[in-house]
Design a protein around this ligand. Structure first.
Ligand SMILES: Cc1cc2nc3c(=O)[nH]c(=O)nc-3n(C[C@H](O)[C@H](O)[C@H](O)COP(=O)(O)OP(=O)(O)OC[C@H]3O[C@@H](n4cnc5c(N)ncnc54)[C@H](O)[C@@H]3O)c2cc1C
Length: 237
């Protein structure tokens, strides 16, 4: 691998490991992914075994305990394959939302699975009526006792057919502008029929990626899944 000036021997060794894994497992899968339109869970678990999914997650949560420059190396190697189907980027964003803003209990609950590939992450922000301007989302989460009831719909969600841990951006206090927005983590293996995956969207490119619609109809989620544990969190803290 051509070495960037900031790379140490450890980065180069990690890049070699990632490249070998991708040339062995990903290149051989691309044609199948194009036909089926998604990346299957087995591939995620193999990537987790090699240490690609959690290099920058602390060891106490199952990760590699390295810094984000190692994720950059993994991306560099991934970009060389020419694939655009594997939603590694949003998976890593979901993991780092949880690492950065989750409570200790939430980090212990969700990060090890995201690192091992048992859990596939997604971030659900975009809606049919809301894109760049996140403040204009309509998906609503109402607190009822020890649960939230989520209603609304999302669109263009990477890993939408395969993800089992969704960071869903919701309005918990519609009158509070940007401060009334919260992320609620939805474990799709624990949900009732208030959650539904919609169409895998037809796109001009990125045929291997399951960019999808998601629907929430009074979905009941434990209140303890509110990321960070409080609705109005000062982001400077
Ligand atoms: C393949 C794919 C995967 C995606 N994956 C995800 C995902 O995993 N999760 C998710 O939540 N979303 C996802 N998205 C959605 C993506 O994040 C949105 O498309 C993006 O946020 C832009 O929203 P929009 O398409 O509604 O465009 P708009 O917000 O309507 O913007 C349209 C155009 O107007 C410009 N514009 C917008 N506001 C302003 C402004 N104030 N001033 C000047 N120009 C402006 C924009 O730059 C853009 O060029 C995905 C989209 C694609 C295509």
């Amino acid at each position: 691998m051509k070495q960037a000036p900031w790379m140490t021997e450890d980065h180069v060794a990690y890049g070699d490991t990632v490249r070998q894994f991708l040339s062995r497992e990903l290149t051989a899968s691309m044609e199948r992914w194009t036909t089926q339109g998604y990346v299957e869970g087995d591939f995620w678990r193999k990537a987790g075994d090699v240490g690609i999914l959690g290099a920058s997650i602390p060891e106490c949560y199952g990760g590699g305990g390295l810094d984000r420059t190692f994720d950059a190396v993994a991306f560099l190697e991934y970009s060389r394959t020419g694939d655009t189907g594997w939603g590694l980027g949003v998976h890593n964003i979901a993991a780092h939302y949880i690492l950065g803003y989750g409570t200790e209990d939430q980090k212990k609950r969700w990060l090890p699975g995201l690192v091992s590939g048992q859990r596939i992450g997604a971030i659900a922000i975009t809606e049919p009526g809301s894109g760049s301007d996140m403040k204009s989302i309509s998906t609503r989460a109402r607190k009822q006792g020890d649960t939230y009831r989520i209603s609304g719909s999302k669109i263009f969600i990477t890993n939408g057919q395969t993800a089992n841990l969704l960071c869903v951006v919701t309005k918990t206090d519609p009158g509070a502008g940007s401060r009334g927005i919260s992320i609620i983590v939805v474990d799709t293996e624990e949900v009732d029929d208030g959650f539904r995956r919609g169409r895998k969207l037809k796109k001009l490119g990125m045929q291997r990626q399951d960019t999808s619609e998601l629907f929430f109809d009074e979905l009941s989620v434990p209140a303890e899944n509110l990321l960070g544990g409080v609705e109005d969190r000062d982001s400077t803290n």
